[in-house]
Design a protein around this ligand. Structure first.
Ligand code: SF4
Length: 150
């Protein structure tokens, strides 16, 4: 069958973002032409509601903008994302950049002031540890090339 690609559900049009919106990602349709998309939202899988307070990674924890510690929900969501990816046989994932769950290159610094630092979200880290190759939505050309080279 076609290769399966795990995808952040908000990139696939689901309104699961913290503010109740989806993200726009025109390139996802191009991926869907040759791969089967498996949409997941780690934060929803972890038990968080939509909408919810924005969260950022602070050290080894995740906190909301009003100071609540939501680390456990993020850990649970990351574990469930890995289980889903492995269960579905996904070896690739396209994850929303800069998210404290899905970000894979840079995340916000925990001060809620739009400052980015190098680092990855909880789900991105867990998926990479499980051997899944993680791409951001700005990396779709590379993903396409890498799948073709398989
Ligand atoms: Fe999108 Fe990931 Fe945030 Fe869910 S956790 S809304 S899939 S970026």
């Amino acid at each position: 069958g076609r290769v399966k690609v795990l995808v952040s559900a908000c990139l696939a049009g689901e309104r699961c973002r913290f503010d109740g919106a989806a993200c726009t990602c025109a390139g996802i349709d191009g991926i869907a032409e040759f791969a089967e998309l498996v949409p997941i939202c780690p934060e929803v899988l972890g038990g968080l509601p939509v909408p919810r307070k924005p969260s950022e990674i602070l050290g080894s924890r995740v906190v909301t903008c009003d100071g609540a510690d939501v680390t456990e929900a993020f850990q649970r969501g990351a574990e469930r994302a890995v289980r889903r990816a492995l269960g579905e046989g996904c070896r690739f994932a396209v994850l929303k950049e800069r998210s404290p769950s899905c970000g894979s290159k840079a995340v916000y610094d925990g001060t809620f002031s739009s400052v980015l630092v190098q680092g990855s979200g909880f789900a991105a880290v867990a998926l990479e540890r499980a051997g899944i190759r993680v791409y951001g939505e700005s990396d779709l050309a590379k993903l396409k090339k890498d799948i073709a080279a398989e």
